[in-house]
Design a protein. Structure first.
Length: 386
């Protein structure tokens, strides 16, 4: 017997049709390299966690916020101080590097920076500074992100290499830009119809606040977007758990009074200021205990609630409180927003769509684009079985 045409797929996709699968590769079931993400057991859960295709809007939002933070960090910290802060003849010059290496028995290993190539040339260092600002602006706007993401990571690595000054937020900036670089280098690489220039430079259309009808990046789900966000999430969870466990080595945290010292710096607080808390000492110490133990619980228990949508308020609320505490108690203006941005990587694409849906006209354009996409898929299905 001859099989009817309905027994097998004979139709080819129309030239204008977009694939039903992800922007990186895959079929309707969401596969990567032939491994179904619907597989049962531990291996299936592992695959779904890392390689489930998602709308890359979350990646774009994290990139936008990271770029804004980087822009403020570079301008407010290094403008007018490039030679002193990152130059090889600044506060930490070549001789200091040599002596530090000798004193530490070779254990001291300075970072690498493009600024070291310019030596004491002030003009070249100034040009490097403004070129870095331009790179961060392009990265923030999503212009050729496959290139600007790599350059942004190099910029951050260059500005954080000199050990003359070092803040805890610097490591988080490196973490964010490194994983964003991975996401954008891989984003859409295996999408059909990509030109060589598109594979090298990426798309101009990675702005998270728009929803154009023909925007391939916004409407096509991506494995690399999920991979980059998962890397940020897991890295952040490790940072918080290790930070919380490290605090347990100090008796002040066990006693619940660790926050007393940033609130009352020993070299700034007078006896009169300390005695002013005596009338309500019990209440004040109780509040300090609650805040201290809540900080420990939030950090050590971070993996238990960070990936649970119902606990999203605890996640974002804790990050907001940490932002305020790091800014006003420890005078660290960078680490707070960096933590908040990293915590926002846990927000699902649907959550971002709802959050950004209030923008004028965005919801209508996105709905029209999805209707068009559904119509294309319906046409493909009919053609495939006819």
């Amino acid at each position: 017997m001859k099989s009817s045409r309905s027994d097998k797929v004979t139709a080819k996709p129309t030239p204008h049709a977009r694939p039903f699968s992800t922007g990186d590769r895959g079929g309707p079931k969401g596969v990567l390299g032939g491994t179904p993400t619907t597989a049962p057991g531990l291996s299936g859960s592992w695959t779904r966690f890392w390689f489930t295709p998602i709308d890359p809007i979350g990646l774009h939002v994290v990139r936008l916020l990271t770029g804004l933070l980087l822009l403020g960090w570079i301008l407010l910290t290094f403008w007018g101080n490039v030679a002193s802060f990152v130059g090889s003849y600044g506060w930490m010059d070549i001789r200091a590097f040599e002596e530090a290496t000798r004193l530490s028995g070779g254990a001291f290993s300075p970072g690498w920076s493009i600024a070291y190539l310019f030596g004491a040339n002030g003009t070249a260092l100034t040009a490097f500074f403004w070129t870095s600002v331009a790179v961060v602006v392009l990265f923030t706007l999503g212009i050729y992100p496959r290139v600007t993401a790599v350059l942004a990571w190099i910029v951050v690595a260059s500005f954080t290499a000199n050990p003359a000054f070092e803040f805890e937020g610097d490591a988080l900036l490196l973490m964010l830009t490194f994983y964003l670089m991975i996401g954008y280098v891989l984003l859409g690489q295996r999408a059909p119809g990509n030109s060589l220039l598109s594979r090298l430079f990426g798309s101009l259309r990675t702005w998270p606040l728009s929803a154009r009808e023909h925007d391939d990046v916004e409407l096509r789900r991506s494995v690399s977007a999920n991979l980059a966000l998962r890397l940020i999430q897991v890295h952040l969870a490790i940072v918080f758990v290790t930070s919380g466990l490290h605090k347990l080595q100090f008796g002040d945290w066990w006693a619940g009074v660790a926050l007393w010292f940033p609130l009352h710096p020993p070299f700034k607080t007078t006896l009169a200021e300390a005695m002013a808390n005596k009338p309500h000492a019990d209440l004040y110490l109780s509040m300090l205990n609650i805040a201290t133990y809540a900080t420990l619980a939030w950090q050590i228990g971070f993996p238990l609630f960070a990936w649970r949508p119902r606990w999203r308020l605890v996640l974002i609320g804790g990050a907001a409180m940490g932002w305020l505490g790091s800014a006003f108690l420890w005078n660290l203006p960078v680490i707070g927003p960096a933590i908040m941005i990293a915590c926002l990587s846990f927000v699902s694409p649907a959550g971002w769509q709802r959050t950004l849906g209030w923008l004028p006209g965005r919801a209508d354009r996105l709905s029209a684009a999805r209707d068009q996409q559904s119509a294309i898929k319906s046409t493909e299905s009919v053609s495939a079985v006819s």
